[in-house]
Design a protein around this ligand. Sequence first.
Ligand code: APR
Length: 318
Amino acid sequence: MLNKIAVIGGGNIGGVVVQEVASRKLARSVALVDVKEPEFAKGKCLDIAEGTPVIGADINVEGSKEYDVIEGADIVINTAGVPRTTRPDGTLPTREELLATNLKITDFVSAGIAKYAPDAIVISIANPLDAIVYRLHMNLKKDRSKLLGMAGVLDSARYRLFIAQEAGVSVENVEAMVLGGHGDDMLPIRSACRIAGMPVEKFVSPEKLEAIENRTRKAGGEVVKLLGSGSAFVSPAWSALEMAEAIIYDKRKIVPVCTLLKGEYGVDGLFIGVPAILGKNGVEQIIEMDLTDEEKELFKKSVASVKKTADEVVAMTK
Ligand code: APR
């Protein structure tokens, strides 16, 4: 059992993360920081703490609007950000406006992590994922094993669900990877998609697969539209916890991780979603997959989008 997990941002995703850390008993203590008034994080944690006797979890759940609550955490899960929702006047913030706001929040978050949990392994969920992880990297200058973005686990889970539904089989039978950036040109890797070890094409037609892959790329937006306000939160929280559990239990599990590439896949200095082994040290090894020529081209396109985002983040720093 880990000593302490900290969660930054206690909204929809952060709330589920804290609740799941408690119910899965992943650490002796879970801390939540959220700047929302009057004492939002404290209230959220009191609610969860008061339920721990019922679920039999001897875990300390503490919330605060001050960052010192995260002191000494072994793992930090970052969910702080403003989701893309309609303003009261009916307009939507532009992508740039949203990015500028979220980068400011990320600078604040980085300062808190640097001060109170400098050695923690950081798993970041906040969107725009590629931009936020890049900014955390610029600010925290962590070893690459210790800064991870969560996108691929969720994107792959969505792909797996849609394939399982189409094939009429258990989600447990479907193995799949979605790589690249966390944008519209993310890359579901059809050549690595297996149903009980068999190629997916044995069960699903190429036309259906194409439709599923398109749906996967836009799956986040589909949920946003249906909800009316806010974005997906249970599946992102569970996905980040899959990564956290791989680290906590030193599973050496291969999952898609948004990680800093240093020459792998011909990319240097960008955070891209690729398969990696997660264990007690965080990212322990990056796996270079064999891609088809078509997939290689699409991967390059996705990398180009991530590079554009990273350049924007750097430009917004000046
Ligand atoms: N420090 C700590 N918490 C902060 C800060 C900050 N500087 N700034 C904002 N927060 C908090 C907000 O007060 C809010 O409670 O982050 C929380 C975000 O919660 P929600 O708005 O409910 O958003 P959520 O659905 O949880 O998504 C969080 O992940 O998937 C992405 O797009 C999503 O970027 C968003 C993030």
